[in-house]
Ligand binder design. Structure first.
Ligand code: ATP
Length: 516
């Protein structure tokens, strides 16, 4: 299936099965804002819980926080967001489409990288076992030429970004002959900076009202509460503060469904450490976070690190965990070594000490920070994209049929099991409901008695329910039911009394956390 088609299907499927709706759809929608439907809300809760528990239950030295969306306006001056939370935008004069100039350049670099990888792939095939990739990359003229071009573009781009030289950024686009994907033309406007923060007014009387911002990230709520948490929790460095909450960005280009939204949710953890310890902790969190992603059991090749070449002004090291979305490898999570930048800035702006007294070293310092920052919605899209499958299956009558199945990790699935009476008579409904009533304290269950069993299976496959239980006449005799597994479609006869154990074994969050 074409990747673009896959993305379209995923979007349509999300709507059809109650995962994601366009916000205010009956008014033709609000751009880049989405609502989560009945199953979406549950899946989102489960992903949030997986993250929260992995942070808090599995680490003695990480605690949670829930800070407000509104913050004192000085916070955003201190953090650098008022001055520097900008994206460079550029318009194509023919298509009237707006782009992020940095993204156009990054995409261009990615294309050159793909060309290199193609050359390497071809050579690997040609030379077979004797192929020495490192040597080939160093000596093949076409590859070295492409690598040099990439190096030059990155160097120019990093320098231009550091100096906020917008003309030079435009010049790079012109020199690389980057064309608008829509019009195909190279007729570009100047590059302009655009601040991504939404603002509003606090207070009812307009003269007194002051301008405040909707937070563009949750991290600052953690920094400003650093002393509160450290003192009240008697926290010893190293320790972390984790929080999940809404963030808002007036994104320039917001086209890829829930990948880039204007209102979204972040799951961030700031880990406070001794200055000098940042290289170890950076590596530690990189590895730990990648493990969290891979533990979900999706194709491991779909995840990779992408180290930043253009570092934010506060960072000494930064990497993204990227996932192979239908539109290419893109960031899901960022891991940043942020030095003492944020706390030192707040210390300067608020005029209070934000320091930690280290009893072992017998001195005070402003702690350094390694942060992990993941978008809950982007993780949701990752899970959906990795789970969506269209399969051809052979029916008993020999005919082929297509089934759409969401192979969600059972621990994250919104509905864990569906219970069906084979027919609506002979007391089978009552037995089914009794089983549901017994299991509902452990798992989210659904009871369905309408339609044929086959159709009920299809519907649960599309929702991603990992287990379907069918109650039939034999159940009345020997208290057994059939359990049908979503992924293999295999069916097994098991005692009713064993259901809790079987499903608990396969669908529990506990097991998932234990695998970390
Ligand atoms: P991008 O380069 O994609 O704009 P970013 O580097 O600005 O992202 P961060 O500021 O590091 O992102 O934010 C941390 C995480 O928050 C990202 O890894 C992403 O998962 C999520 N995120 C950021 N912006 C958005 C958005 N507009 N919509 C959904 N999730 C977002």
């Amino acid at each position: 299936m074409q990747q673009e088609d896959l993305f379209k299907k995923l979007t349509a499927h999300s709507k059809e099965y109650g995962y994601i709706f366009q916000s205010s759809e009956i008014y033709d929608g609000l751009s880049a804002v989405y609502d989560y439907g009945q199953y979406g809300a549950e899946l989102k809760n489960n992903i949030r819980k997986y993250w929260w528990d992995a942070m808090l239950l599995l680490n003695d030295n990480i605690v949670g926080l829930d800070s407000a969306i509104f913050m004192h306006p000085e916070v955003w001056k201190a953090s650098g967001h008022v001055d520097a939370f900008n994206d460079p935008l550029i318009d194509n004069k023919d298509s009237k489409k707006r782009y992020r100039a940095d993204v156009l350049i990054e995409d261009y670099i990615e294309k050159l990288e793909e060309k290199i990888n193609k050359e390497v792939g071809k050579a690997a095939k040609r030379f077979g076992d004797k192929f020495d990739e490192a040597m080939f990359r160093q000596t093949n003229a076409r590859v070295t030429d492409l690598a040099e071009r990439i190096g030059n573009i990155i160097k120019r781009f990093v320098e231009a970004s550091e100096k906020s030289d917008l003309q030079e950024i435009r010049q790079i686009i012109v020199d690389c002959e980057i064309a608008c994907p829509v019009s195909g033309s190279r007729n570009w406007t100047e590059v302009r900076q655009f601040n991504l923060m939404f603002d509003t007014k606090l207070g009812s009387v307009s003269e007194d009202a002051s301008k405040i911002y909707l937070r563009p990230e949750t991290a600052q709520g953690i920094f400003v509460n650093f002393m509160n948490v450290q003192k009240s929790g008697r926290m010893k460095i190293p320790f972390g503060i984790a929080q999940v909450g809404k963030a808002f960005r007036n994104e320039i280009v917001a086209r890829q469904f829930i990948f880039r939204m204007r209102e979204f949710e972040q799951m961030e953890m700031q880990f406070f450490i001794r200055p000098g310890d940042e290289p170890q902790w950076y590596e530690f969190w990189k590895e730990k976070r990648m493990r969290w992603h891979k533990a979900l059991g999706f194709d491991e090749n779909k995840f990779r690190f992408h180290d930043h070449t253009k570092l934010a002004h506060y960072a000494v090291a930064a990497t993204d965990i990227e996932f192979a979305f239908p539109f290419g490898f893109k960031e899901v999570e960022g891991i940043h070594s942020r030095t003492d930048y944020d706390l030192a800035q707040h210390q300067k702006f608020c005029g209070r000490k934000l320091q930690y007294f280290d009893t072992e070293l017998n001195k005070s310092y402003v702690p350094y920070v390694v942060e992990t920052s993941i978008g809950l919605d982007r993780m949701f899209l990752t899970v959906l994209a990795a789970s969506y499958n269209e399969e051809k299956i052979k029916k008993e009558n020999g005919r082929e049929e297509e089934r759409v199945v969401l192979g969600l990790p059972p621990a994250l699935a919104p509905v864990k099991l569906a219970i069906f009476p084979l027919v609506k008579k002979d007391g089978l409904s009552e037995i089914s409901q009794k089983i549901r009533d017994d299991l509902r304290f452990d798992f989210s269950c659904q009871y369905e008695e309408k339609d044929s069993i086959g159709r009920r299976y299809r519907r649960q496959d599309a929702i991603g329910t990992p287990f379907c239980i069918t109650v039939d006449h034999q159940t009345k005799e020997d208290e057994t039911v059939t359990i049908r597994y979503r992924d293999t479609m295999e069916q097994e006869r098991v005692p009713v009394g064993k259901l809790r154990e079987i499903i608990g074994e396969k669908a529990s969050m506990k097991k998932l956390l234990q695998s970390l």
